[in-house]
Write a protein that binds this ligand. Sequence first.
Ligand code: BGC
Length: 238
Amino acid sequence: MTRQPATLSFDIGGSSIKAAVVAPDGTLQGALVVHATPRPAVPDGVLLVLTQLASGLAFERVSVGFPGVVVDGITLSAPNLDGGWVGFPLADELGRRLGRSVKVANDADLAGLALIEGRGVEMVITLGTGMGAGLYLDGRLVPNLELGHHPFGDGRSYEERVSDRELAVIGTERWKVRVLETIAQIRAVWNFRRLHLGGGNARLFQPSELPADVALADNRAGVLGGACLYRESSTPRA
Ligand code: BGC
């Protein structure tokens, strides 16, 4: 069996940046470290935090979950960070600074890779600063589904209705009703077999409050998916 290298996995969020080394067997090696996202969240400031978090850690390769559209290691949007991320070559720039191979994917896409069962249509929704969404068919990712920005109900987008900021305004109980409405709407359109509900605010739900086809996700998925990113990209594409 070929030895799998340890992956330093970053999860960049609107309020915090998480980092952990994921061991070859897919488990966390050491602690998960959390650092506040610098404000303004410009590329240089975020890169500085990433390199500081990496120092002193043993790893062979790097993965990054990024809160926006990512194509070929280039970040194309970042609604909850800074406009300077549009067209930023994050994989190359971080690779240069850390001297390792770096893969970057959308944060929700990456988290889902650690959660999916690999059968039929599965989705992930992450609830945090923004609303992330991932779509998978038989375990294969359909990247960059920006469902959070789709208008719904009163004309505001899903993200505007269930964001962290909105939670603070309307309170937990009303917010939960909105999340369940969002899930019902997504189910009616996408007919998922299983939806994984993750992100920091998913912990406000008890499993018993969710429909049977919705699973509460391990909140560490945002970093655990980093190692899967290497597996996913090594799978032959149809
Ligand atoms: C972004 C998504 C991201 C989500 C969660 C949204 O605002 O558009 O790409 O996955 O926030 O971070």
